[in-house]
Write a protein that binds this ligand. Structure first.
Ligand SMILES: [Zn+2]
Length: 218
């Protein structure tokens, strides 16, 4: 009903103005009908806006505001979580670069697969053939030899590499095995081959030959 009143009033205004223009009625003559129509229009508008439409509009506005706030909050939380994840990844990667590489038992573990940060930040050297050696004369020619870099070979830290590809002293991440230091070389260790030091000949034999993705850290 109110809408039809508004429609009616606006039609009347339009008609009156059209008559005013076409028939050259004086401005003064239009004053009264225009004032009356304005009054009617205001009344109808006022009536409409004080009805349920106001609360409906307010509710819609409040809902839109709440939704916008919830969206902004969720976006801020997601951004924060992403930043925290990136910081944790950076911290874990920094540990790989700087934490001492201590002796450990060499064994494959799925928990040592390359993380996204290793994949994105380290230099991928490709897939390597891993063999294993121990301090014995069979493995080294001389029992108990020092490494090519002068260190005492240590399981979990020492690997022999082709030093023209992996410079001695480099930190190397062997996927599935963890971080090692390139400390040694070997006559047969060329190109995509790494000889991994372990403490006993039987374990070197048991580990046999493996293949793993290798990353140069740093
Ligand atoms: Zn051996």
């Amino acid at each position: 009903m109110f809408f039809s009143m508004r429609k009616h009033a606006s039609k009347l205004i339009a008609a009156t103005l059209a008559i005013g223009t076409l028939a050259s009625i004086s401005a003064a003559a239009l004053d009264q009908p225009v004032a009356m129509l304005s009054s009617n229009l205001n009344a109808s508008v006022g009536t409409v806006l004080t009805s349920d439409e106001i609360s409906t509009a307010e509710q819609a506005l409040a809902k839109a505001k709440a939704e916008a706030e919830a969206k902004a909050k969720a976006e801020a939380e997601a951004k924060k979580a992403e930043a925290e994840k990136a910081a944790a990844q950076q911290s874990a990667y920094n540990d790989l670069l700087t934490a001492p590489v201590s002796a450990k038992t060499v064994a494959y573990s799925s928990s040592l697969l390359a993380t996204d940060s290793i994949k994105s930040k380290a230099t991928s050297l490709g897939n390597y053939k891993l063999t294993f050696y121990c301090p014995c004369a069979t493995c080294n020619g001389v029992a108990g030899a020092k490494t090519a870099s002068g260190t005492t070979p240590t399981e979990g830290r020492t690997i022999a590499v082709d030093s023209s590809i992996i410079p001695l002293g480099s930190r190397v991440y062997i996927e599935g095995y963890g971080v090692f230091i390139a400390e040694d070389t070997g006559g047969a260790i060329k190109n995509n081959k790494i000889d991994v030091f372990v403490s006993s000949h039987s374990r070197a034999y048991e580990l046999g030959v493996q293949y793993a993705n290798v990353y140069l850290l740093g």
